[in-house]
Design a protein around this ligand. Sequence first.
Ligand SMILES: Cc1cc2nc3c(=O)[nH]c(=O)nc-3n(C[C@H](O)[C@H](O)[C@H](O)COP(=O)(O)OP(=O)(O)OC[C@H]3O[C@@H](n4cnc5c(N)ncnc54)[C@H](O)[C@@H]3O)c2cc1C
Ligand SMILES: NC(=O)c1ccc[n+]([C@@H]2O[C@H](COP(=O)([O-])OP(=O)(O)OC[C@H]3O[C@@H](n4cnc5c(N)ncnc54)[C@H](OP(=O)(O)O)[C@@H]3O)[C@@H](O)[C@H]2O)c1
Length: 539
Amino acid sequence: MERQVAVIGAGISGLLACKYTLSKGFHPIVFESQSSVGGVWTKTVETTKLQTPKPLYQFSDFPWPSSVTEDFPNQHKVLDYVQSYAQHFHLLKHIKFNTKVAGIEYEGPQDEEIQSWSLWGGTGEPFSSKGKWNVIVEDLKTLATEVFQVDFVIVCVGRFSGLPNIPEFPPNKGPEAFHGKVIHFMDYAAMDDEKAAEFIKDKRVVVVGFQKSALDIAMECSAANGGENPCTVFYRTAHWNVPDYHPWGFSLAHMYLSRFSEFMVHKPGEGFLLGLLATILAPLRWAYSKFVESDIKRKLRLAKHGMVPTHSFLHDISSCLTSTVPEKFYDKVEEGKIKLKKAPNFSFCHNGVLVEDESTAIEADVVIWATGFKGEKKLRDIFVSQTFQDYITGTPDAAIPLYRLIVYNCLLQVQFFNSHYISRLIRECIQPRIPQLAVIGFSESIANLYTSEIRCRWLAELLDGTFKLPSIKEMEKDVTKWDEYLKQYSGEYYRRKCIGALHIWYNDQLCKDMGWNPRRKKGFFAELFDPYGPLDYVP
Ligand SMILES: Cc1cc2nc3c(=O)[nH]c(=O)nc-3n(C[C@H](O)[C@H](O)[C@H](O)COP(=O)(O)OP(=O)(O)OC[C@H]3O[C@@H](n4cnc5c(N)ncnc54)[C@H](O)[C@@H]3O)c2cc1C
Ligand SMILES: NC(=O)c1ccc[n+]([C@@H]2O[C@H](COP(=O)([O-])OP(=O)(O)OC[C@H]3O[C@@H](n4cnc5c(N)ncnc54)[C@H](OP(=O)(O)O)[C@@H]3O)[C@@H](O)[C@H]2O)c1
């Protein structure tokens, strides 16, 4: 009997999930709320380019067209590439566009029975004769609601879209006190380019945040308004955002994306020898970080601008916080077109924003939140069941509990404290207490396409019965070890669930599960010193 698989979302993760489940003979049904594929790439800020070098952001079996020669193509070329992929593999006919999933509800064993399982889904199998998922969808054109019953759900709703993260303020201290306009990056990005340009033209703009979205908007404002109306950027934390990927002329990929670089860090589940090696190589790990930091400081003149981060580059790369700095960003700062202002706390007043402990307000007409997204809450809200919501949310002191960063591991004691936390997922995809469901796209790496692809391949093999998941207890242990790693190297940013500096070790685990040889290079030195990327995993 054919098992029905549903995929929610047709961004890069959803397309990959569709393609790889098709390759195993399933006929997935993909629900996409927008009218086209591509997710975040369907519409974004005009100047957005790929910030990951193109060779790392590519499908393993579908190269970039030869017409795209640059390493960092613009958003339109990325979208074309993603759309061509969907066409080439005949994915479009499996997608229901303008169809929003309002909720998913499990119909099967009750919570108490699920709690008593020692194996995922009770049997360790991805499918069950006892349980089904009801996928409640809304047709956004007709507003009609329909329920689809399926055997497995792959949630690919995206972490950096849909639900903006907007800081909260005490009464009368927030945007309501302000005469100007306040919007989030997401809404700015959704405007057509001319309207967005008009929106900021001749305005005194304050941008809140200091990651990629903030840097891009600040550049657009500086281009529109020059020095007459400088754009003020409110930052909370200075980061090691990179000007390029060649510190002192060396390749950053060789320094941080090779097996040798992973020997320098303690890994989840490492044995005694690897642990010893990481300890012995600790001074080198420190030296690598300082080497890169010195290059960034020099190229961006960070000391002059008071923007030297207090933490290490290793910390940022381990937390996926190394955005690329737009070309000439600090030139604009020196020309007075962009003003950087440390403002961890501020409030709104009638004519602008007031930084804590300062007496004079910064006058403004527009405030733009570039404060990221609440991807975890979006994921949580898709579940109808409060119990599953709590499982996926996890505890405040643990990142999303996904096994293999795919399956949510919500075995941990689950508590819900006002904020939303994503529980740990096994292989970053599977939550052991949530049967017949996987999540793709909720942990980060240096190239999210590449990471989503290998996860989808792992998941397709799991659905096809190539391997079985270990017991819930073992998954829980694995998830805890990854959590410890994240906390050790990412500190307060461990919730970003970044495998950026440990992607080969992570992929090794997936390869072993799938019965593939994890050593993908030809020759000892290449295996040790060359960076790994998507093309190393070509079938
Ligand atoms: C502006 C921008 C630039 C980026 N640049 C890079 C980069 O250079 N390198 C990199 O590695 N990463 C980058 N990222 C991260 C990016 O999020 C990933 O690379 C990748 O595109 C994410 O794909 P996704 O499919 O997981 O999520 P999304 O692209 O967010 O796709 C999710 C899809 O699910 C749909 N959806 C959501 N909820 C529902 C629902 N309830 N029902 C039906 N459909 C639903 C959405 O409409 C969307 O189409 C960037 C992110 C942004 C925002
Ligand atoms: N390819 C591209 O060109 C491109 C463009 C845009 C976005 N992206 C990607 O999209 C993803 C999202 O990026 P993003 O920049 O939108 O979000 P982000 O990476 O989550 O960064 C959010 C920023 O907002 C700050 N912030 C959050 N809450 C705050 C608060 N309450 N008060 C003050 N500051 C606050 C954070 O500061 P702290 O550091 O102090 O937490 C951080 O600087 C990332 O993966 C990014 O790389 C890529």
